[in-house]
Design a protein around this ligand. Structure first.
Ligand code: 2RA
Length: 359
């Protein structure tokens, strides 16, 4: 290829699509045309990317004419139907839905961890992991490369924007109902105040935490918990890694947090772990509890890296580390990682070396 590759953003008007357009406007400009694609309902809308207004076109087979790379951020069923259509036209698809993540013929890529996998894509599709997996996996990948991961025990504290615009609208509406009241002091008082306004969540999320994300799977596990387990195994190339996950929704707008208990092959030291995390691309070590310094979603939101704090060696196991990790679920957790994968492909198509730069 001589010129710059052409990019399609499918799902340009959604919550992640909106962040994607900001990210494309901020990163090194490796793209020729950027075409914005959405449902026929949104066709004709004008959105700004790279400082220029671009008219949205309706999703159709013709929407992929002349396109080299397409980033999809649409529901699973839309990706399942349209990603193969684009791939059949020779477009490399980077898909952020759950439709292809566990397909053995589709690589699941995190550019800081397994960039080489992006080149092996028999179906012409590369999958982007779920935001909860992505919020921790860059830090874990760096530790795994040095120490050799043997087991993971994870609890998530997930922001409501993981459930889309409806999640954010629901939290904001609930907060306005409970603000300035004495609610949260008697059993069921928040639930009664919120009534039916629980949106995509099974329980009130304002003044509360909800130990549930996704849909019900076998034996009481949630789909979100299974995604974190299955995707971590695939990305790290550890198909039998023992992984235990509990996913929890918290009243945070954007940025997922996780506590991580990671057991390794041999003894670990906090000093070595800190050195690894301090130098790992895409990771910021922010860990000085004596000075009250650790990452929180309120500070991490809107930033690109994976932030790590509270690094400790397990008290009862010299082979294990305890960490607290935060990552913006709409940026690295979705749009940014998708953009980084697409940039790897662009570099491959134009014969440049790909740089997985998350900054
Ligand atoms: C959530 N991780 O937070 C999901 C979205 N992909 O609900």
């Amino acid at each position: 290829m001589t010129g710059k590759p052409a990019l399609a953003v499918v799902g340009a008007t959604g919550a992640v699509g909106t962040v994607m357009l900001q990210i494309l406007s901020q990163r090194a400009d490796v793209w020729g045309e950027i075409r914005l694609v959405a449902t026929p309902r949104s066709a004709g809308r004008k959105l700004t990317v790279r400082g220029v207004e671009v008219e949205v076109v309706a999703l159709s087979e013709e929407a992929f004419d002349g396109i080299d790379v397409a980033m999809f951020d649409v529901p699973d069923e839309v990706s399942a139907r349209w990603a193969p259509v684009a791939a059949a036209k020779g477009v490399v698809v980077v898909d952020n839905s759950g439709a292809f993540r566990m397909d053995p013929e589709v690589p699941l890529v995190v550019p800081e961890v397994n960039p080489h996998c992006a080149r092996n894509r028999p179906r012409g599709i590369i999958a982007n992991p779920n935001c909860t997996t992505l919020s921790m996996i860059v830090a874990l990948g760096a530790l795994h490369a040095e120490f050799g991961l043997r087991e993971l025990v994870v609890s998530s504290y997930q922001a409501v924007s993981g459930a889309g615009r409806a999640g954010v609208d629901t939290l904001r509406a609930q907060l306005s109902m409970v603000a300035g009241t004495e609610l949260g002091t008697k059993p069921g008082d928040v639930r009664r105040a919120v009534g039916d306004l629980t949106g995509p969540f099974p329980e009130p999320v304002a003044l509360n935490v909800v130990p549930w994300a996704g849909s019900l799977r076998e034996d009481g596990w949630s789909s979100e918990e299974m995604k974190v387990r299955d995707e971590s195994r695939k990305i790290l190339g550890l198909p039998k890694l023992p992984v235990a996950v509990t996913c929890v929704r918290v009243p945070v707008v954007t940025t997922h947090s996780l506590t991580v208990h990671a057991r390794f092959q041999g003894e670990v030291t906090v000093d070595k772990a800190r050195e690894i995390l301090d130098t790992a691309p895409g990771v910021v070590l922010f860990d000085n509890p004596a000075a009250g310094e650790f990452p929180t979603p309120a500070d991490v939101v809107g930033t690109d890296p994976t932030w790590v704090g509270r690094v400790r060696r397990a008290l009862d196991d010299p082979t294990a580390l305890e960490l607290f990790v935060c990552g913006d679920n709409l940026r690295k957790g979705a749009a940014l990682n998708t953009a980084q994968i697409a940039e790897l492909v662009a570099a491959e198509l134009t014969g440049r070396s790909g740089v997985a730069d998350s900054a």
